[in-house]
Each structure stands twice: as structure tokens, then as C-alpha cells.
Design a protein. Structure first.
Length: 425
């Protein structure tokens, strides 16, 4: 794409117009001087009061040579040199034109194609099936997650009128805490993904609390002992899933980076790592101590990297840098411009989440709030306090797919309003 120079940069090279040479400068009409015997013009700036209250003035500057001339005809329109100039055709270019944002959530995958001016040019969406094999268990098919991300990305680019070659960079946000296990060589998942809502390890968490680990876990990780987080899911998988000990493990962001990079990279950003119960907030790295508490190996886990920068490069249909990775709620905190300490946001989705930015300070809540990493940039951590309600929007999907009470989510409101109360439910 040609680079256009700014006009002001070349002002010093413009042709200088000498005064009093023919009486005209650039863009001016002829300058006239009074003829013999004419009364000089008086300048407004010189009008004033004399002692006799009569206006005084000084003659106008003499301009040009010769006497007065007749009125000139003025040609209306653009300057002659521009009149016949044709508009230049838009140059074809191979410079990428869009940034592709991938948001893999609990109920579906959304993609947006964003232009270089920040405008959203196209959007795509693909739903993800929820699996409930047993009471309290929630699973996803990792291959379906990957397929949904691909489908939504294609839809977004098509809606934007762009091709895969137009992608300048990729950013990823994802449902947090969900565990995915896959074969490092074939990239095939070895088990269903255990979703953050899954409660199968509730008894394991209770035993750890009874063993006195809760306070230390909270001190190191900023989190509470709960099946919600990844560590007990991984411990369960290592005991119950064949081949788990040698598999790659990670949250959904790690799975997507592995697929996008054709298995070249196994990484996660600090915001996602901080949601596993295995990340030391003080040291900013995986915790051997917590790995021992939960009975897992750090060898399964990905490398922890910044939340922004050139983190990896995609292969296949789209070849572009993966320039951002963050957990969905931390990404929302940044997206809502909560970049100053004390700023907060609330998101209503599958669950509801309130996050408040605390900057470089790791604040321990006295009210049960979680301490988590907001993001990591240039190796430096920023923190947040978080409060969460695990099930809000997901309840609507359960009413539709699990109980069959409604056919679509919009029916829930009228049904709820049709009775005086919920009967204690």
C-alpha cells in the first residue's frame, strides 16, 4: 500500500510568492493601486479619535503598479491544474485487513472480524452441546469445541467480505477452568472436556478441607477449594482416564492454541493459569506445592505466557500471529476499559461474574471474593477481585435441553411471570 506523505511535512518546499511582483500571490486576485489623484483608502485598524473627535487614518499600503483596472471575470470551480485530474483507483494489496477475535464460551463459540479502524465487520456463532452423563457432571466434546470455533470464524469472515488471507492477527478468549486432555502427537482428545460447572470432585474437595489444606490453598492461589477449578478435575482424570499421565492438559485456550498451531505450542496465559488452583500468585508461576497437594504433575501443564504479544502463530487455512489470550471474564474486564484500580464490571452470561481491577496489588478479600490474575503484560501481573454466581444463563439452557419445559430461552420470562412465586424453588 503506498505511503502518503502528510502535506504539512513539505510546507517548507512550497514555492514562495514574492509581494509586489505583479500584485498576486497564490490563490489571490489582482492587487490594485490607486490612480493619480485618487483618495487613498483608509484602514479599519487605524480608525480612532483625535482631539476634535474626527477619525484619523493612514493611507493604505501601495500595491502593484499602474492605475485601476476593470472588473475581472472569475472562473468558478477547482483550480485549472486539478480540474481534469481523475480519481486514483484503489490499489490491490496483500496487507491483512482484519483482526479475528475468537470467544469460546460454555454454550457456544462466537467470532468477530474487526477492521483496522476498530469497526466490527462481521460476526459468526456456533452452539456447543452440553452433556450431562451423570447428576452433577457436565462435559463437552473437545472436537465439537474446535469445530464450532472454525465454523464461527468462517461465518465472521464471510460476513465481513474477507478471506483467510486478510487476517492480520488472532485473539482468543475462553470459558475458564474447563479441563481438556489430548494426545500431544495426534491432537486427538483422550476424554470429554470436564466443564467448570462439573461437581464430580466435590468429595475430593471436602477431604482436602478436612485435611487442613484450605487456608494454604487460599494463600497461594487466591482461590477456594471447590470442584469449580481445574486442579481436582485433573487429579480425577489422572486416576480415571487411560493415557492421562502422558497427555497434554490445559484449559480451553491451551486446546485452541494447540489446534491453531498444529500442535507446535502448548501454552496458556496467566489469567487462565490463575483459575486452576495450581498457580502461585506471589511468584507468578506454577506451584510445585499445590501440585503435591492435589496429586498432579506439572509436566502435563502448558507454559505460562503473557496475555498479549505474539504468543504463537496459526497454521492451516489462516496463517497469522496469535496476539492475545485471556480468560473470558478477564477479557471482559479489559474490554469494558477497567484499566484503572477500583474499576469494576459485571457480566451476565452462562454465569454472572463481577470483577474489580486492583492493579499490581494482590488483595485478599475478607468477604469471600476470589483473588485472581486480571492479565499479564511484559511479564508483570495485574490482579482483580472476583465474585461469581455459577449458574444464571445456563439455567435457561437446562430448562430447554434438560427438562424440556421451554422450546427457547425467551419463553422463560413469561412463564416465570405467570405465577405469583416460585414455591420456594
Amino acid at each position: 500500500m503506498p505511503v502518503l506523505a502528510h502535506p504539512a511535512r513539505h510546507a517548507r518546499h512550497r514555492r514562495r510568492v514574492a509581494p509586489d511582483r505583479g500584485g498576486r500571490g497564490r490563490g489571490e486576485g489582482p492587487r490594485l493601486r490607486p490612480g493619480p489623484g485618487a483618495t487613498p483608502r483608509r484602514r479599519r485598524a487605524d480608525r480612532g479619535r483625535s482631539r476634535g473627535h474626527r477619525a484619523t487614518c493612514r493611507p493604505a499600503r501601495r500595491r502593484g503598479r499602474g492605475g485601476p483596472r476593470g472588473r475581472l471575470q472569475v472562473r468558478v470551480g477547482r483550480p485549472r491544474g486539478l480540474r481534469d485530474r481523475q480519481p486514483q483507483p484503489r490499489l490491490e494489496t496483500d496487507i491483512p485487513q482484519v483482526v479475528l477475535g475468537l470467544d469460546e464460551g460454555t454454550t457456544g463459540a462466537t467470532a468477530i472480524a474487526v477492521g483496522m479502524d476498530g469497526d466490527i465487520l462481521g460476526k459468526g456463532y456456533a452452539e456447543i452441546t452440553q452433556h450431562y452423563p451423570r447428576p452433577g457432571w457436565v462435559e463437552h466434546d473437545p472436537n465439537e469445541i474446535w469445530a464450532a470455533v472454525q465454523q464461527s470464524a468462517r461465518e465472521a469472515l464471510t460476513a465481513a467480505g474477507a478471506s483467510t488471507r486478510d487476517v492480520a492477527a488472532i485473539g482468543i478468549t475462553n470459558q475458564r477452568e474447563t479441563l481438556v486432555l489430548w494426545d500431544r502427537k495426534t491432537l486427538e482428545p483422550i476424554a470429554p472436556a470436564i466443564v467448570w460447572q462439573d461437581r464430580r470432585t466435590a468429595d475430593d474437595c471436602r477431604r482436602l478441607r478436612e485435611a487442613g489444606h484450605e487456608e494454604r490453598v487460599r494463600e497461594v492461589t487466591g482461590l477456594v477449594l471447590d470442584p469449580y477449578f481445574t486442579a481436582t478435575k485433573l487429579a480425577w482424570a489422572l486416576q480415571n482416564v487411560e493415557g492421562a499421565a502422558g497427555a497434554a492438559a490445559g484449559t480451553v485456550d491451551s486446546w485452541l492454541v494447540a489446534r491453531l498451531s498444529a500442535g507446535r505450542d502448548h501454552l496458556t496465559d496467566a489469567s487462565n493459569a490463575s483459575r486452576t488452583l495450581l498457580f502461585d500468585l506471589g511468584r507468578g508461576e506454577w506451584s510445585e506445592e499445590m501440585a503435591d497437594v492435589f496429586g498432579v504433575s506439572l509436566a502435563n501443564l502448558p507454559e505460562v505466557v503473557d496475555s498479549s504479544g505474539v504468543l504463537s502463530t496459526s497454521s492451516g487455512e489462516i496463517v497469522a500471529p496469535i496476539a492475545g489470550v485471556a480468560g473470558d471474564q478477564q477479557a471482559a474486564l479489559f474490554g469494558q476499559a477497567c484499566t484503572t484500580e477500583g474499576m469494576a464490571k459485571n457480566t451476565y452470561g452462562t454465569g454472572s461474574f463481577v470483577l474489580m481491577q486492583t492493579g499490581p496489588r494482590r488483595v485478599a478479600s475478607r468477604s469471600g471474593m476470589l483473588t485472581t490474575v486480571a492479565w499479564r503484560r511484559a511479564g508483570k501481573l495485574s490482579f482483580a477481585l472476583e465474585g461469581a454466581i455459577f449458574v444464571t444463563g445456563a439455567a435457561l439452557q437446562w430448562l430447554r435441553d434438560g427438562l424440556g419445559i421451554i422450546a427457547q430461552a425467551s419463553e422463560a420470562g413469561p412463564i416465570a411471570a405467570s405465577v405469583p412465586d416460585s414455591g420456594g424453588v
